[in-house]
Design a protein around this ligand. Structure first.
Ligand code: FMN
Length: 167
C-alpha cells in the first residue's frame, strides 16, 4: 500500500500547517573549524521524558546541514516574546551576519550557546537523524537545560503573535 497523491497544492498545505501555533527557537552548533552555525527553527517539539528527547527538522537545502549533521551537540534556544528581531536575523543572511554582535558562551558540555536571556534552552547530544521528504528529522538527547519566566515568542499563520497572554 502507498499514499494517494495529495489533493491540495503546496501553498494550501502551508496555510493549513500555519494554523498550528508553535514557539520559535534558534539552534546553534559548531563547525569543525570552530566557527558557528545557527538558524531559526519552529519545528521543535518534545519526544520523551525518560530519556529526555526532543525533535526538530532541518530543510535539506539548509546551508547549515553539513555542520549540524556532523556536530556532536547543539543548543536549542526557545525565544522570548521580545526576541522577534533575533528570530528574523537567524532566518536570513550569512552565519557571519547572524552572529555579528551576538554575545556567545558555551553550554556545560561545550556546545555554543547564545549569551542572552531566553525563555528556555536545551543542550542536546546529536542522537539520531532520519531522512524524510525535503527535511532531515533530528532527535536530540537533552543533557542540560534551563528556563526563565520570559513569555515565549509564538509563531502562527506565517507571522508572530505579538500579544501572548500571562496565564
Ligand atoms: C519562524 C521561522 C521558523 C522556521 N523554522 C524552520 C525549521 O523548523 N526548519 C528549517 O529548516 N527552517 C526553518 N526556518 C527557515 C530557516 O530559519 C531559514 O531558511 C534559514 O535561512 C536557514 O539557514 P541555513 O541555510 O543557514 O540553515 C524558519 C524560519 C522562520 C522565520
Amino acid at each position: 500500500m502507498s499514499a494517494a497523491p495529495p489533493s491540495f497544492d503546496s501553498p494550501y498545505f502551508r496555510a493549513a500547517l500555519g494554523r498550528f501555533p508553535t514557539g520559535v527557537t534558534i539552534v546553534t552548533a559548531e563547525k569543525d573549524d570552530n566557527s558557528h552555525v545557527g538558524l531559526t527553527v519552529s519545528s521543535f517539539n518534545s519526544v520523551s521524558l525518560d530519556p529526555p528527547l526532543i525533535v526538530w527538522s532541518l530543510s535539506r537545502g539548509s546551508s547549515s546541514l553539513a555542520a549540524i549533521e556532523h556536530c556532536e551537540r547543539y543548543v536549542i534556544h526557545v525565544l522570548g516574546s521580545d526576541q522577534m528581531s533575533l528570530a528574523g536575523r537567524f532566518a536570513r543572511g550569512t552565519a557571519k551576519e547572524r552572529f555579528a554582535d551576538v554575545p556567545m558562551t558555551k553550554a556545560p558540555n561545550g556546545a555554543p550557546k547564545l549569551d542572552t536571556p531566553c525563555a528556555a534552552w536545551f543542550e542536546c547530544f546529536n542522537r539520531s537523524r532520519y531522512d524524510e521528504g525535503d527535511h532531515i528529522i533530528f532527535v536530540g538527547q537533552v543533557e542540560h537545560c534551563g528556563h526563565s519566566d520570559e513569555l515565549p515568542l509564538v509563531y502562527h499563520a506565517g507571522g508572530y503573535d505579538l500579544t501572548p497572554k500571562k496565564s
